[in-house]
Write a protein that binds this ligand. Structure first.
Ligand code: GTP
Ligand code: MG
Length: 330
């Protein structure tokens, strides 16, 4: 079976082969893996690349004893958990750790001074029937950028760019953070699309205007809108529960996923463990998440949900909607 790799893959592969720095090489390898279509024709290539990634990771994590250098733990990778991985980034003191503490059970250090967060920290956020992983990161400014944040951003499913709209310096703070991101080849995009330049990572971004309802906040929000005219922007405050609930839903919607509940013939639907699919996912894709053979044997499905009649019979290629209930028939 042919691998059918996109032309950008070969371009990036050349860059990977040329690269000498193991850290950058690891980043490129991870990117190659993300770009590779996942099917039988690429099984071998995927396995080879995964082996290279694990070797590079080992190499980076091995303590460097030479010249008395300190062992530096790498935070290049955080295993994904739940229905999606969302990374919070932004200027110092904008409230990222406070958002993590409000939406999850994590206990980050929160300070009324910049740069209190020194390492990434994760927490799981409940949204109705699913869990979404949030990552809090060290802040980004003109003078400060933790290198590993680039890899974390590249691997995440969604970026939450958190800015303090009550800050009189918001324009400068946001500009500095965006310049750092651009220097590290991260583009905060409105929707996912391959970048024309394969070295640049286009990340779908939800912009959060945090510390709303303070003096200056309205002015800050207007400035943020002019900086991000195309992006969805949510105004939030940890002191306002409604805004935090809107943020939960906003994160779910920006992830571009749907939840599909399964039911066995003659049983009630199981609302505890939905199948997660990208928006527009089909019955066949839902079956694939359970088992490859299952998808092959599938004859049809019945679907319950908004805008359908009860138990409507649908084909494998039928596109599901969020919160549909599906019953597979083999
Ligand atoms: N008024 C107001 N203050 C907030 C809000 N959210 C956080 N803060 C305060 O803002 C300060 C910074 O909050 P953090 O959550 O530590 O911000 P951060 O972005 O994680 O900052 P660093 O990691 O230190 O760069 C703290 O004093 C918080 O109490 C909010 O919604 N409204
Ligand atoms: Mg913090």
């Amino acid at each position: 079976m042919p691998a059918n790799l996109p032309p950008q893959y070969y371009e990036l592969e050349r860059e990977f082969k040329r690269e000498q720095d193991p850290k950058e090489k690891l980043r490129l390898a991870q990117e190659l893996l993300a770009m590779m279509p996942k099917h039988k024709g690429t099984d071998k290539l995927q396995a080879e690349l995964k082996a290279k990634i694990s070797k590079l990771r080992q190499q980076l994590e091995t303590p460097q004893k030479k010249h008395g250098a300190r062992t530096v733990e790498t935070h290049d990778h955080i295993d994904k958990e739940g229905a999606g991985q969302v990374i919070m980034i932004g200027p110092p003191n904008s409230g990222k750790s406070s958002i993590l503490a409000t939406l999850t059970h994590a206990h980050p250090l929160i300070g009324d001074y910049p740069f209190s967060t020194r390492e990434p920290l994760t927490g799981m956020m409940s949204f109705e029937t699913i869990q979404i992983q949030l990552i809090d990161t060290p802040s980004i400014s003109a003078d400060f950028y933790e290198g590993y944040v680039t890899n974390l951003i590249r691997a995440a499913d969604l970026v939450l760019f958190v800015a303090d709209i009550s800050s009189p310096e918001i324009a400068e703070e946001v500009r500095a953070a965006r310049e750092q991101l651009a220097a590290h080849r991260i583009h905060l995009a409105t929707r996912s699309a391959p970048a024309p330049d394969p070295r640049i990572s286009q990340k779908v971004t939800l912009v959060v205007g945090h510390k709303a309802f303070e003096d200056n906040s309205d002015r800050g929000l207007e400035i943020l809108k002019t900086i991000f005219p195309e992006h969805p922007i949510l105004a939030t405050s940890i002191l306002d529960d409604d805004s935090m609930e809107c943020l939960r839903r906003g994160i779910f919607q920006a992830l571009g996923i749907i939840r599909v509940y399964t039911k066995r013939v003659g049983h009630e639907a199981d609302f505890n463990d939905p199948i997660i699919l990208p928006t527009g996912g089909t019955v066949e894709e839902a079956a694939m998440t359970l088992h490859k053979d299952f998808a092959h044997k599938l004859q049809f499905a019945r679907v319950w949900g908004k805008g359908k009649f009860e138990g409507q019979r649908v084909s494998k290629s039928y596109q599901l909607s969020d919160e549909d209930i599906i019953e597979f028939h083999l």
